[in-house]
Design a protein around this ligand. Structure first.
Ligand code: NDP
Length: 332
């Protein structure tokens, strides 16, 4: 794979120019470009610049509001709904998260339901932002169907990611962020682009047979959930939280609504925050650290989030797929 070294400021500039060229104002372009740049910084390549052509496609088709102005509405003292004004999710998150932090730090528990947005970024951005404010964060979102429920050969669930972040004082938070499919579709697409196989059983081909060919899964095939019926139950829970509870589209409804422009479909996101200080008490950090010490003392264990946080320390350029850079430059 040919790559080109790009400083993080250049990554941001490239994303920002592509988005503003296609109608985004500063707020909308800045929120998305920041999310994309942080993904490249941390080595979440399937959610970095790789997503820009899709974001641009959804601006060109006018599916996404390039000048969105999300608004917060308090449903109860602990539950806030952000109306995303049909823009990209990072904008609604930027507007909603400070209110969630405020209410959770006061009441111990808070819920942010995000509606009318278009989301295909990683979720650790939002859970980690909560952890940086000494809160536990849980977030999940549904997407268009590409994953078969356990026992089925046809898609009904999205790749439905869920992220959890645990804060640690004077340390990076412990964060996991994972699709409930065997693999995120972005990773499958990147494997197809780069000519790599995926583990056998990641998904089924169009005839319903297990395959290790990412092209066959991405084109007419279907992904499977991780852990068979157990992952399937979690994927179902995410549909219910991010669509049923939030009051936005289930994956199957998002598919019907979407214009298939290659950009993110419309949908909602469920974010919950908890204050360990108010719920567990003053000793929460020391107590949890004892647990993490036990965990990391076992041979072979690393904490989730560690790979990204190590990548983050490197302030140098990132190697970006040259074809992708050319593609984005052709959009400017
Ligand atoms: P991965 O399988 O790469 O990683 C899942 C999690 O496991 C990460 O938190 C990772 O931490 C952790 N992890 C990986 N290896 C180990 C290990 N050996 N020990 C301990 N922890 C480990 O992620 P996915 O491919 O499932 O998902 C990728 C991204 O796709 C996510 O960010 C998700 O939000 C996003 N996504 C977004 C969608 C959307 O619609 N918005 C849809 C689907 C996915 P670390 O990062 O440190 O490696």
């Amino acid at each position: 794979m040919d790559t080109i070294p790009l400083e993080l400021e250049k990554v941001y500039d490239l994303a920002y120019k592509a988005l503003t060229k296609h109608g985004c104002d500063d707020l909308n372009a800045d929120c998305v470009s920041t999310t994309v740049t942080h993904a490249e910084r941390d080595g979440s390549v399937s959610h970095g610049l790789f997503r820009i052509p899709g974001y641009v496609a959804s601006l060109k088709s006018k599916k996404v509001n390039a000048v969105s102005r999300p608004t917060n509405n308090y449903l109860t003292q602990n539950a806030i709904r952000v109306d995303g004004d049909y823009g990209f999710a990072p904008v609604a998150i930027k507007v909603g998260l400070p209110e969630l932090i405020k209410t959770t730090s006061k009441h111990g528990v808070g819920v942010l339901t995000i509606t009318n947005t278009h989301h295909f970024a990683a979720l650790w951005h939002e859970t980690e932002a909560l952890a940086e404010n000494n809160l536990i964060g849980i977030a999940c979102t549904a997407y268009k169907p590409s994953v078969a429920p356990a026992g089925a050969k046809k898609p009904l669930f999205g790749t439905n990611p869920i992220s959890f972040a645990w804060p640690r004082k004077n340390n990076t938070p412990v964060v996991y962020d994972m699709a409930t499919s065997t693999m995120a579709m972005g990773e499958v697409q990147v494997a197809a682009r780069d000519g790599h196989k995926v583990p056998f059983g990641t998904g089924l081909n169009k005839d319903g047979e297990k395959t290790d060919d990412p092209n066959q899964i991405a084109n007419g095939g279907v992904l499977l959930t991780f852990g068979d019926y157990k992952g399937s139950a979690i994927a179902m829970m995410i549909e219910l939280l991010a669509a049923g509870l939030v009051g936005d589209l289930f994956s199957f409804e998002a598919k019907k609504e979407d214009n298939n422009d290659g950009g993110p479909a419309r949908g909602g996101e469920f974010i919950m925050a908890l204050s360990p200080e108010l719920i567990a008490g003053k000793n929460w950090n020391e107590h949890a650290n004892k647990f993490f010490d036990q965990m990391t003392s076992l041979d072979g264990v690393r904490l989730p989030g560690q790979r990204r946080h190590k990548n983050r320390i490197d302030t140098g350029p990132r190697n970006i797929n040259s074809g992708l850079v050319d593609k984005i430059q052709s959009l400017l």
